[in-house]
Design a protein around this ligand. Structure first.
Ligand code: WQD
Length: 344
């Protein structure tokens, strides 16, 4: 299929693009470059060629999902048969400070995309949602039917969009829609060519750990060790970004055959604490990760991990990589970045 991938030059996007190419799809990348750059497109093409994939099946449009005319141009020019929608703002703390930016980019952007899809007769849609929607409304493992109670504007944009998608599919049986609730994507493609490129100070754990290990930052601040968990630090369901990308391909295949709306968790179904991640990273990569325990981060939940039955039974999805793979592949990417920077 010809698949339009919004946010296609982002961390998740480049890995989903690779998985789509590996499955024989044509990939139309759409990105406004606010959180990435065109050098990532070159890296993606290099990866595709090195993997013997059809790099000519990759096209790129610089555009913003909020821009209706730009969207119409891209759809007319590339005639996509399906859309995987990853474009959006995703920093929890920033969403508290700039809620209007988050509602405009994430909610309005998605509405514009859906409007143009309907105009152009495109009805297959996979949406990047987030486990953040669960909040602390129930205890993990979170099933897709668990109550949702997002505790920040970012999470609320994801839940609002899920409700919009559910209503749209109920109103128009031409739509075939899947929402994917990501848990904590980490790691990188084993080639080391694509990975997470946070702008400024990383919000998320793994990119911060990588920068400390690389000597770019003095130490990791562990946000609290007084949670009700085995070692007191926060527990999360880390899933390798390559597994996550494969989950998108399975979801696209499912959506293409099933009218209506479905939600799936994408996680490993097991939790790891912050201290476990640090220890695993140090053991796998032989690099120390100095850290200090500091106060809790407002808005953090103690424990989050996925119930994976529905994705396994309905999509045939099971995460294959473990935490050691995630730490090894993340570090490989970070080392290549460092090598490139010293070469400049
Ligand atoms: C993981 C654990 C922190 C940084 C968020 C979003 C989610 C998704 C992933 C977008 C927690 C601890 C972290 C640090 C730390 N984002 N931590 N020191 O908060 O589970 O999820 O990012 O899609 O939607 O909610 O991920 O990586 O920020 O934190 O101690 O410098 O690491 O307290 O326990 P989180 P995270």
């Amino acid at each position: 299929m010809r698949v339009l991938l919004t946010g296609g030059l982002g961390y998740i996007g480049t890995h989903v693009a690779t998985a789509l190419l590996e499955s024989g799809h044509e990939v139309i990348l759409l990105d406004n470059l606010v959180n990435t750059s065109e050098t990532v497109l070159e890296a993606l093409k290099t990866l595709a060629k090195r993997e013997g994939l059809a790099a000519e099946n990759l096209t790129f449009f610089e555009a913003d999902v909020r821009d209706l005319e730009a969207l119409r141009f891209v759809f007319t020019a590339s005639k996509p048969e399906a859309v995987v929608h990853l474009a959006g703002l995703k920093a929890v703390g920033e969403s508290v400070a700039l809620p209007l930016d988050y509602y405009e980019n994430n909610v309005t952007g998605t509405i514009h995309l859906l409007q143009v899809m309907r105009e152009q007769g495109v009805f297959t849609f996979v949406f990047s949602s987030s486990a953040t929607v669960y909040g602390e409304a129930s205890q993990p493992p979170f099933t897709e039917t668990a109550p949702t109670a997002p505790t920040n504007p970012y999470g609320r944009t994801k839940r609002m969009i899920e409700e919009i998608l559910s209503d749209l599919a109920a109103s128009d049986d031409r739509f075939r829609i899947v929402s994917l609730r990501y848990f904590n994507p980490v790691g990188a493609h084993e080639s080391g060519l694509i990975g997470e490129l946070p702008r400024g100070v990383p919000n998320n754990l793994m990119p911060y750990v990588m920068q400390v290990a690389a000597g770019l930052r003095e130490k990791l601040h562990v946000f609290g060790d007084d949670y009700p968990t085995p070692d007191g630090t926060g527990v999360r369901d880390y899933i390798h970004v390559v597994d996550l990308a494969r989950g998108h391909v399975l979801s696209l295949n499912y959506a293409a055959r099933h009218p209506g709306y479905e939600v799936f968790n994408l996680g490993r179904g097991k939790g790891a604490s912050v201290l476990e991640v640090i220890r695993t990273f140090e053991e796998v990569n032989g690099t120390p990760v100095p850290f200090a325990i500091v106060d809790r981060r407002p808005g953090d939940v103690a424990i989050s991990f996925a119930a994976t039955d529905k994705a396994e039974q309905t999509l045939g999805f099971r995460a294959e990589y473990d935490l050691t793979d995630m730490c090894r592949h993340a570090w490989q990417f970070q080392k290549r970045l460092l090598h490139e920077q010293t070469e400049r």
